[in-house]
Design a protein around this ligand. Structure first.
Ligand code: HEM
Length: 129
């Protein structure tokens, strides 16, 4: 039995399946909803590697298996985005699409709210222009 005090956020969200569901819903929205056309346009043609990478990052970041970080020693999410043409509107689209994706993936509402707040802060710090 796992002691509740030792549970990671990755345990609390429900593990790998809900993380994959929210990430896939996020890129599905990006690919299909014209509201995110600009966000889609700055990504590469094939989002398959992104689905794996974002799920891997979120997994380790929430305290789950750290494979993504082990494979990228010393990587900084902020530095990764520094060279990208990210303005406030793109940041807003990212956070909105992810909030909708978490709803579709049935992430528990308190968890989704907390994650949305953190994603909002990260995205604001990724704005480069
Ligand atoms: C501010 C809004 C954001 C924009 C506009 C944005 C845009 C992008 C773009 C264009 C890429 C490269 C895609 C490609 O090569 O096809 C990327 C990669 C990535 N982004 Fe973001 N991003 C944003 C916020 C975030 C946030 C908040 C996170 C984490 C929670 C994140 C996680 C990632 C990851 C994990 C990668 C893949 C890195 C890799 O495997 O090389 N992004 N992002």
């Amino acid at each position: 039995m796992t002691d509740a005090a030792q549970q990671t956020a990755f345990d609390q969200i429900g593990g790998a399946a809900p993380v994959a569901a929210m990430v896939n819903a996020f890129y599905d929205l990006m690919e299909t909803d014209p509201a995110y056309a600009r966000l889609r346009a700055i990504h590469g043609p094939d989002l398959t590697p992104m689905r794996a990478s974002l799920a891997g990052f979120i997994t380790g970041w929430l305290g789950g298996p750290r494979d993504w970080f082990v494979q990228r020693p010393g990587v900084c999410m902020m530095s990764l985005h520094r060279a990208m043409p990210i303005d406030a509107e793109l940041g807003r689209q990212w956070v909105e699409a992810m909030a909708r994706a978490m709803g579709q993936a049935k992430i528990e509402p308190e968890m989704a709210k907390a994650l949305s707040e953190v994603f909002g802060r990260m995205s604001a710090n990724m704005t480069t222009r």
